[in-house]
Design a binder for this molecule. Structure first.
Ligand code: GDP
Length: 296
Protein backbone atom coordinates (compact mmCIF):
# COMPACT_ATOMS: atom_id res chain seq x y z
CA UNK A 1 0.00 0.00 0.00
CA UNK A 2 1.23 3.49 -0.77
CA UNK A 3 2.41 5.27 2.32
CA UNK A 4 3.08 8.99 2.20
CA UNK A 5 6.53 10.28 3.01
CA UNK A 6 5.14 12.08 6.02
CA UNK A 7 3.76 8.80 7.43
CA UNK A 8 6.97 6.98 6.70
CA UNK A 9 9.06 9.59 8.45
CA UNK A 10 6.76 9.59 11.45
CA UNK A 11 7.18 5.80 11.56
CA UNK A 12 10.95 6.10 11.73
CA UNK A 13 10.70 8.39 14.68
CA UNK A 14 7.98 6.44 16.47
CA UNK A 15 10.35 5.03 19.05
CA UNK A 16 12.00 8.33 19.56
CA UNK A 17 10.27 10.14 22.32
CA UNK A 18 13.06 12.26 23.65
CA UNK A 19 13.16 15.91 22.74
CA UNK A 20 16.13 18.09 22.13
CA UNK A 21 18.18 18.20 18.97
CA UNK A 22 18.01 15.78 16.05
CA UNK A 23 21.09 13.57 15.97
CA UNK A 24 22.93 12.61 12.82
CA UNK A 25 21.76 9.00 13.08
CA UNK A 26 18.09 10.05 13.49
CA UNK A 27 18.44 12.22 10.43
CA UNK A 28 20.22 9.61 8.34
CA UNK A 29 17.37 7.15 8.74
CA UNK A 30 14.90 9.82 7.71
CA UNK A 31 16.99 10.90 4.75
CA UNK A 32 16.95 7.39 3.33
CA UNK A 33 13.17 7.67 3.15
CA UNK A 34 13.34 11.16 1.67
CA UNK A 35 15.73 9.90 -0.97
CA UNK A 36 13.46 7.00 -1.84
CA UNK A 37 10.38 9.21 -2.05
CA UNK A 38 12.11 11.66 -4.40
CA UNK A 39 13.33 8.88 -6.67
CA UNK A 40 9.81 7.43 -6.73
CA UNK A 41 8.57 10.89 -7.71
CA UNK A 42 11.00 10.75 -10.67
CA UNK A 43 13.34 13.48 -9.49
CA UNK A 44 16.70 13.11 -11.23
CA UNK A 45 19.47 11.46 -9.21
CA UNK A 46 21.86 14.39 -9.27
CA UNK A 47 19.13 16.66 -7.93
CA UNK A 48 18.15 14.10 -5.27
CA UNK A 49 21.76 13.97 -4.02
CA UNK A 50 22.12 17.72 -3.72
CA UNK A 51 18.73 18.04 -2.11
CA UNK A 52 19.36 15.36 0.50
CA UNK A 53 22.62 17.04 1.49
CA UNK A 54 20.85 20.37 1.92
CA UNK A 55 18.23 18.77 4.14
CA UNK A 56 20.94 17.02 6.15
CA UNK A 57 22.72 20.32 6.78
CA UNK A 58 19.55 21.89 8.07
CA UNK A 59 18.23 18.91 10.00
CA UNK A 60 21.24 17.70 11.98
CA UNK A 61 21.26 19.54 15.26
CA UNK A 62 17.90 21.18 14.58
CA UNK A 63 15.93 21.66 17.73
CA UNK A 64 12.72 19.68 18.04
CA UNK A 65 10.26 22.01 19.67
CA UNK A 66 7.68 20.79 22.14
CA UNK A 67 4.77 21.18 19.81
CA UNK A 68 5.99 18.75 17.12
CA UNK A 69 7.41 15.24 16.96
CA UNK A 70 10.87 14.60 15.46
CA UNK A 71 9.12 13.12 12.41
CA UNK A 72 7.02 16.22 11.90
CA UNK A 73 10.10 18.37 12.33
CA UNK A 74 11.95 16.58 9.52
CA UNK A 75 8.87 16.66 7.29
CA UNK A 76 8.72 20.41 7.81
CA UNK A 77 12.38 20.85 6.93
CA UNK A 78 11.95 18.70 3.80
CA UNK A 79 8.86 20.63 2.80
CA UNK A 80 10.54 24.01 3.31
CA UNK A 81 13.54 22.92 1.24
CA UNK A 82 11.31 21.58 -1.53
CA UNK A 83 9.43 24.86 -1.73
CA UNK A 84 12.72 26.78 -1.71
CA UNK A 85 14.20 24.71 -4.55
CA UNK A 86 10.95 25.08 -6.51
CA UNK A 87 11.32 28.85 -6.22
CA UNK A 88 9.15 29.83 -3.23
CA UNK A 89 6.75 32.11 -5.12
CA UNK A 90 4.77 31.72 -8.35
CA UNK A 91 6.44 33.68 -11.17
CA UNK A 92 3.88 34.97 -13.68
CA UNK A 93 4.43 35.49 -17.39
CA UNK A 94 6.23 38.81 -17.83
CA UNK A 95 4.48 41.10 -20.30
CA UNK A 96 6.17 44.20 -19.00
CA UNK A 97 7.71 45.45 -22.25
CA UNK A 98 6.64 47.66 -25.15
CA UNK A 99 3.98 46.01 -27.32
CA UNK A 100 4.07 43.75 -29.19
CA UNK A 101 5.64 41.55 -26.51
CA UNK A 102 7.19 38.51 -28.21
CA UNK A 103 6.96 35.14 -26.50
CA UNK A 104 8.99 32.38 -28.10
CA UNK A 105 7.95 28.78 -27.44
CA UNK A 106 10.74 26.21 -27.65
CA UNK A 107 11.06 22.49 -27.01
CA UNK A 108 11.02 19.07 -28.61
CA UNK A 109 8.43 17.91 -31.11
CA UNK A 110 5.35 16.58 -29.36
CA UNK A 111 6.16 18.26 -26.03
CA UNK A 112 2.98 20.29 -26.34
CA UNK A 113 4.31 23.62 -27.63
CA UNK A 114 1.47 24.40 -29.99
CA UNK A 115 -1.16 23.37 -27.46
CA UNK A 116 0.61 25.49 -24.82
CA UNK A 117 0.61 28.45 -27.19
CA UNK A 118 -3.15 28.08 -27.66
CA UNK A 119 -3.77 27.72 -23.92
CA UNK A 120 -1.76 30.78 -22.91
CA UNK A 121 -3.09 32.86 -25.81
CA UNK A 122 -6.66 31.99 -24.88
CA UNK A 123 -6.06 33.02 -21.30
CA UNK A 124 -4.39 36.32 -22.27
CA UNK A 125 -7.26 37.14 -24.57
CA UNK A 126 -10.09 36.17 -22.25
CA UNK A 127 -8.69 37.11 -18.84
CA UNK A 128 -6.41 40.03 -19.69
CA UNK A 129 -8.13 41.33 -22.77
CA UNK A 130 -4.93 41.18 -24.84
CA UNK A 131 -4.84 41.35 -28.61
CA UNK A 132 -2.76 38.32 -29.57
CA UNK A 133 -1.10 37.17 -32.80
CA UNK A 134 0.10 33.59 -33.27
CA UNK A 135 2.87 32.65 -35.71
CA UNK A 136 4.13 29.16 -36.48
CA UNK A 137 7.81 29.05 -37.47
CA UNK A 138 7.65 25.33 -38.20
CA UNK A 139 8.75 25.13 -41.81
CA UNK A 140 9.52 21.41 -41.51
CA UNK A 141 5.99 20.24 -40.95
CA UNK A 142 3.34 22.10 -42.95
CA UNK A 143 0.74 20.38 -40.76
CA UNK A 144 2.11 22.30 -37.75
CA UNK A 145 1.29 25.66 -39.33
CA UNK A 146 -2.18 24.45 -40.17
CA UNK A 147 -2.61 23.11 -36.62
CA UNK A 148 -1.84 26.54 -35.18
CA UNK A 149 -4.20 28.23 -37.64
CA UNK A 150 -7.04 25.91 -36.59
CA UNK A 151 -6.24 26.53 -32.93
CA UNK A 152 -6.33 30.25 -33.53
CA UNK A 153 -9.77 29.92 -35.09
CA UNK A 154 -11.02 27.90 -32.13
CA UNK A 155 -10.02 30.57 -29.63
CA UNK A 156 -10.77 33.46 -31.97
CA UNK A 157 -7.18 34.69 -32.04
CA UNK A 158 -5.44 35.82 -35.24
CA UNK A 159 -2.68 33.78 -36.84
CA UNK A 160 0.01 35.05 -39.18
CA UNK A 161 -0.80 34.38 -42.80
CA UNK A 162 1.01 31.28 -44.07
CA UNK A 163 3.49 32.14 -46.85
CA UNK A 164 5.39 29.29 -48.47
CA UNK A 165 9.15 29.41 -49.04
CA UNK A 166 10.23 31.56 -46.08
CA UNK A 167 12.68 30.34 -43.46
CA UNK A 168 11.87 30.55 -39.71
CA UNK A 169 13.79 33.80 -39.21
CA UNK A 170 12.02 35.44 -42.16
CA UNK A 171 8.67 34.32 -40.81
CA UNK A 172 9.51 35.59 -37.33
CA UNK A 173 10.49 39.00 -38.67
CA UNK A 174 7.35 39.19 -40.78
CA UNK A 175 5.35 38.28 -37.68
CA UNK A 176 6.96 41.07 -35.66
CA UNK A 177 6.24 43.58 -38.38
CA UNK A 178 2.65 42.43 -38.69
CA UNK A 179 2.21 42.49 -34.90
CA UNK A 180 3.45 46.06 -34.77
CA UNK A 181 1.37 47.29 -37.69
CA UNK A 182 -1.74 45.48 -36.44
CA UNK A 183 -1.48 46.91 -32.93
CA UNK A 184 -1.11 43.53 -31.23
CA UNK A 185 -0.16 43.35 -27.55
CA UNK A 186 1.42 39.92 -27.63
CA UNK A 187 3.05 37.82 -30.37
CA UNK A 188 3.65 34.09 -29.95
CA UNK A 189 6.48 32.57 -31.98
CA UNK A 190 5.81 28.82 -32.02
CA UNK A 191 9.11 27.26 -33.11
CA UNK A 192 9.68 23.87 -34.75
CA UNK A 193 10.79 21.03 -32.51
CA UNK A 194 12.82 17.92 -33.30
CA UNK A 195 12.44 14.40 -32.00
CA UNK A 196 15.58 14.86 -29.90
CA UNK A 197 18.04 17.59 -28.95
CA UNK A 198 20.49 18.19 -31.77
CA UNK A 199 22.76 20.94 -33.01
CA UNK A 200 20.40 21.78 -35.84
CA UNK A 201 17.57 22.51 -33.40
CA UNK A 202 19.77 24.53 -31.07
CA UNK A 203 21.28 26.57 -33.90
CA UNK A 204 17.85 27.37 -35.35
CA UNK A 205 16.49 28.34 -31.94
CA UNK A 206 19.49 30.58 -31.25
CA UNK A 207 19.18 32.20 -34.67
CA UNK A 208 15.49 33.03 -34.16
CA UNK A 209 16.27 34.42 -30.73
CA UNK A 210 19.04 36.64 -32.10
CA UNK A 211 16.79 37.94 -34.88
CA UNK A 212 13.74 38.65 -32.74
CA UNK A 213 14.99 39.24 -29.17
CA UNK A 214 11.85 37.80 -27.54
CA UNK A 215 10.86 39.07 -24.12
CA UNK A 216 9.97 35.60 -22.88
CA UNK A 217 11.43 32.28 -24.03
CA UNK A 218 9.31 29.49 -22.63
CA UNK A 219 10.71 25.98 -22.72
CA UNK A 220 7.84 23.51 -23.08
CA UNK A 221 8.73 20.11 -21.66
CA UNK A 222 6.82 16.88 -21.18
CA UNK A 223 6.74 15.99 -17.46
CA UNK A 224 6.55 12.31 -18.37
CA UNK A 225 10.03 12.33 -19.90
CA UNK A 226 11.52 12.43 -16.39
CA UNK A 227 15.32 12.40 -16.51
CA UNK A 228 15.42 13.46 -20.16
CA UNK A 229 13.57 16.63 -19.23
CA UNK A 230 16.57 17.62 -17.12
CA UNK A 231 19.04 17.24 -20.01
CA UNK A 232 16.64 19.08 -22.25
CA UNK A 233 16.33 22.00 -19.84
CA UNK A 234 20.06 22.21 -19.38
CA UNK A 235 20.78 22.16 -23.14
CA UNK A 236 18.19 24.78 -24.02
CA UNK A 237 19.08 27.02 -21.13
CA UNK A 238 22.80 26.92 -21.86
CA UNK A 239 22.21 27.75 -25.49
CA UNK A 240 19.39 30.28 -25.50
CA UNK A 241 18.89 31.16 -21.83
CA UNK A 242 15.19 30.50 -21.35
CA UNK A 243 13.08 32.81 -19.17
CA UNK A 244 10.68 30.16 -17.95
CA UNK A 245 9.42 26.61 -18.25
CA UNK A 246 6.02 25.11 -18.93
CA UNK A 247 5.62 21.48 -17.89
CA UNK A 248 2.98 19.61 -19.85
CA UNK A 249 1.20 16.30 -19.19
CA UNK A 250 1.20 16.86 -15.47
CA UNK A 251 -2.16 15.05 -15.64
CA UNK A 252 -0.26 11.84 -16.38
CA UNK A 253 2.56 12.44 -13.92
CA UNK A 254 1.59 11.37 -10.41
CA UNK A 255 4.14 13.29 -8.39
CA UNK A 256 5.64 16.10 -10.44
CA UNK A 257 9.28 15.29 -9.77
CA UNK A 258 10.37 16.68 -13.15
CA UNK A 259 9.45 20.14 -11.90
CA UNK A 260 11.94 19.90 -9.07
CA UNK A 261 14.69 18.61 -11.35
CA UNK A 262 14.24 21.25 -14.03
CA UNK A 263 14.06 24.11 -11.61
CA UNK A 264 17.09 22.88 -9.64
CA UNK A 265 19.22 22.40 -12.75
CA UNK A 266 18.38 25.66 -14.56
CA UNK A 267 17.35 27.96 -11.72
CA UNK A 268 14.66 29.20 -14.11
CA UNK A 269 11.07 29.50 -12.91
CA UNK A 270 8.40 27.06 -13.91
CA UNK A 271 5.57 29.33 -14.94
CA UNK A 272 2.81 27.02 -16.11
CA UNK A 273 1.57 23.47 -15.87
CA UNK A 274 -0.34 21.75 -18.66
CA UNK A 275 -2.95 19.53 -17.05
CA UNK A 276 -4.72 18.02 -20.04
CA UNK A 277 -5.40 18.23 -23.78
CA UNK A 278 -8.13 20.85 -23.60
CA UNK A 279 -7.33 24.54 -24.02
CA UNK A 280 -8.64 25.26 -20.52
CA UNK A 281 -6.18 22.81 -18.99
CA UNK A 282 -3.63 25.39 -17.92
CA UNK A 283 -2.50 26.13 -14.36
CA UNK A 284 -0.11 28.61 -12.83
CA UNK A 285 2.77 26.97 -11.03
CA UNK A 286 2.70 27.19 -7.24
CA UNK A 287 5.82 25.78 -5.54
CA UNK A 288 3.97 24.84 -2.34
CA UNK A 289 1.35 22.79 -4.20
CA UNK A 290 3.98 20.83 -6.08
CA UNK A 291 5.97 20.29 -2.87
CA UNK A 292 2.82 18.79 -1.32
CA UNK A 293 2.46 16.42 -4.26
CA UNK A 294 6.05 15.31 -4.10
CA UNK A 295 5.81 14.70 -0.37
CA UNK A 296 2.66 12.65 -1.01
P1 GDP B 1 4.21 20.22 -30.22
O1 GDP B 1 4.75 19.30 -31.28
O2 GDP B 1 5.24 20.47 -29.16
O3 GDP B 1 3.64 21.49 -30.74
O4 GDP B 1 3.05 19.41 -29.46
P2 GDP B 1 1.45 19.54 -29.57
O5 GDP B 1 1.01 20.82 -28.96
O6 GDP B 1 1.03 19.27 -30.96
O7 GDP B 1 0.99 18.39 -28.59
C1 GDP B 1 1.23 17.01 -28.82
C2 GDP B 1 0.13 16.18 -28.18
O8 GDP B 1 0.17 16.33 -26.76
C3 GDP B 1 -1.27 16.61 -28.60
O9 GDP B 1 -2.03 15.43 -28.81
C4 GDP B 1 -1.79 17.38 -27.39
O10 GDP B 1 -3.20 17.30 -27.29
C5 GDP B 1 -1.12 16.68 -26.26
N1 GDP B 1 -0.94 17.52 -25.07
C6 GDP B 1 -0.38 18.78 -25.02
N2 GDP B 1 -0.37 19.24 -23.74
C7 GDP B 1 -0.92 18.27 -22.96
C8 GDP B 1 -1.18 18.14 -21.53
O11 GDP B 1 -0.89 19.01 -20.71
N3 GDP B 1 -1.75 16.96 -21.14
C9 GDP B 1 -2.07 15.97 -22.01
N4 GDP B 1 -2.63 14.84 -21.52
N5 GDP B 1 -1.84 16.05 -23.33
C10 GDP B 1 -1.28 17.18 -23.81
Amino acid sequence: MFQSLGDRLSGIFDGLTRRGNLSESDVNAALREVRRALIEADVSLEVVRGFVEQVRDRAVGAEVTKSVTPGQQVVKIVNDELVAVLGNEAVPLDLNAPAPVAIMMVGLQGAGKTTATGKIAKRLKEKQNKKVLLASLDTRRPAAMEQLRVLGEQIDVDTLEIVQGQNPVEIAKRAQKEAKLGGYDVLFLDTAGRTHIDEDLMAETAEIKAATNPHEILLVADALTGQDAVNLARSFDERVSVTGIMLTRIDGDGRGGAALSMRAVTGKPIKFLGTGEKLEDLEDFYPSRVADRILG
